[in-house]
Design a protein around this ligand. Structure first.
Ligand code: NAD
Length: 473
């Protein structure tokens, strides 16, 4: 069974309950991790607390140097890490390689951004100083999901430590192995206790991190349901919580677009990482004039996607991460079809080893059907026709989530209206629903609280004090 990584040492868990880590393409067991325990978390928090004063007292330039070193190590081990990521998560190897590069880039960026953080000052009398200073929050709990385990783990840990915090990091129990390897390979270059990794599931390891009195802030990326639970716990103990949660993101396609290109764009927006992306397009509103040819093009292009084990060559789409997630997709689509929705392609799990669900185009859906109401997190593209742009905008905004929203159009007035009126943190016109370089945003509604990326994340991860200094009373 894998051990935790605490104080730069392998530390066996106090829990003897094992959770299997399984390759979703082959259903083979890759290893076991502990369920986790409050005792494990206690040790990790103690190590992080002991390390924080010295780490927080370093210059940002010294911390930047450490993050550059971590970034270099990730790049040096790109192939090994990408392979491990693919066999535990399922995504095609080219996406895993990009994920490692993205993580390495983020470590470097946060090291750099932290050096350039500034706070303001006020005018004051001669001999007096009156200014703001940002301080680390202390020990930060970083709890992340399985869809981008390396990118989300490394990025958030790097942001937290760049500004002088120390970290207790809990990867998802579905994809813990690459993170565990990265802790030992790269974060071990830091002083002991700066980054500690605790393995386990939500109740075993996650909740004890959230509840620990010496953890000052929780940086959580995951589902709405868990986010609400963590938010409630943090509210009760008055702990800072940054919550980056789920979405059900709309894509509006108007009649000014090239239909083949719009279909290709939708394939990328809806099926990237087999739809297991928080900002995946999950509701597609199409101008009625082009609805039929668009659905035909989308169906044809969907059928052409090569789906297989992510280690194989030329794979466009891998499996779904596990049986639980696969069953959720199957149930959503089946219930929607039973309620009158129409399948154009896909719609049933592949008859083969592994948890494969094919690209699925579906029409005749209503807002109350599961594929339109709840986050799917799978390669499902529900398409709905609309008659005028105001209606499309109202449909896009008619959801509790507000993570990302996309418009495909060549109309400048519509684009402007969309940018002003759509309710989402990440707003895109003719650009895929993934992070813009350097961009950051706050999710809207049930998609979360707080800026989870970029320079603003460093503000979230520090506290600001107002300082007034006089030489004598
Ligand atoms: P999840 O909420 O089930 O789990 C996320 C993490 O929280 C895991 O590490 C899990 O072990 C842990 N956890 C579970 N219960 C906990 C508890 N009570 N206390 C503390 N930790 C607990 O989510 P998931 O299924 O792993 O991930 C998919 C979700 O993540 C989707 O909803 C997706 O949209 C979202 N997501 C959001 C973003 C974003 O930036 N907004 C990015 C990626 C994924």
């Amino acid at each position: 069974m894998e051990s935790n990584w605490i104080g730069n040492r392998s530390v066996p868990s106090e829990s003897t309950d094992a959770l299997a880590v399984v390759n979703p393409a082959t259903e083979e067991t890759l290893g076991e991790i502990p369920r986790g325990s409050a005792g494990d978390v206690e040790q990790a928090v103690a190590a992080a607390k002991a390390a924080q004063r010295d780490w927080g007292g370093l210059s940002p330039v010294a911390r930047r140097a450490a993050l550059y070193e971590i970034s270099n190590i990730l790049l040096e081990h790109k192939e090994e890490l990408a392979r491990l990521n693919t066999i535990e998560m399922g995504k095609p190897l080219f996406l895993s390689r990009n994920e490692i590069i993205g993580a390495a880039t983020a470590a470097r960026q946060f090291g750099e951004l932290a050096v350039h953080m500034r706070s303001g000052s006020q005018q004051a009398a001669y001999g007096e100083l009156n200014f703001q200073q940002r301080f680390p929050r202390g020990v930060v709990g970083v709890i992340v999901p399985w869809n981008y385990p390396v990118a989300l783990g490394v990025e958030n840990v790097s942001a937290a430590i760049a500004v002088g915090n120390t970290v207790v990091w809990k990867p998802s129990e579905k994809t813990p192995l690459t993170s565990r390897r990265i802790a030992e390979l790269a974060f071990a270059k830091l002083p002991p206790g700066v980054v500690n990794l605790v393995l386990g599931n939500g109740p075993g390891a996650g909740q004890p991190i959230v509840d620990h009195p010496d953890v000052s802030a929780i940086l959580f990326v995951g589902s709405e349901a868990t986010g609400r639970r963590i938010g409630e716990s943090c509210g009760r103990s008055l702990k800072k919580a940054i919550l980056e949660l789920g979405g059900k993101d709309p894509l509006i396609i108007d009649e000014t677009v090239d239909i083949e290109k719009a279909a290709a764009f939708t394939i990328d927006a809806a099926y990237f990482n087999a739809g297991q992306l928080c900002t995946a397009t999950e509701r597609i509103y199409v101008a009625r004039q082009i609805f039929e040819p668009f659905v035909e093009a989308l169906t044809r292009q969907s059928r052409a996607i090569v789906q297989d084990d992510g280690l194989m060559d030329n794979v466009g789409m891998g499996p779904i991460v596990d049986r639980i997630q696969l069953d959720k997709i199957v149930e959503q689509v089946d219930r929607s079809v039973a309620a009158g929705a129409v399948l154009h392609c896909g719609g049933a799990r592949l008859d083969r080893k592994g948890w494969f669900y094919p690209p699925t185009v579906i029409t005749g859906v209503t807002a109350s059907q599961p594929v339109m109401a709840d986050e799917t997190f799978g390669p499902v593209a529900p398409c709905v026709p609309y008659d005028d742009f105001d209606e499309a905008l109202a449909l896009a905004n008619d959801h509790r989530y507000g993570l990302a929203a996309v418009l495909c159009s060549t109309s400048a007035p519509r684009s402007l209206k969309f940018l002003h009126e759509v309710r989402a943190g990440m707003i895109k016109v003719n650009a895929p629903p993934r992070k813009a370089p350097g961009g950051t945003s706050e999710p809207v509604g049930a998609s979360g609280i707080g800026a989870g990326y970029g320079q603003e994340l460093l503000l979230e991860l520090t506290r600001q004090s107002s300082i007034q200094w006089k030489p004598a009373i």
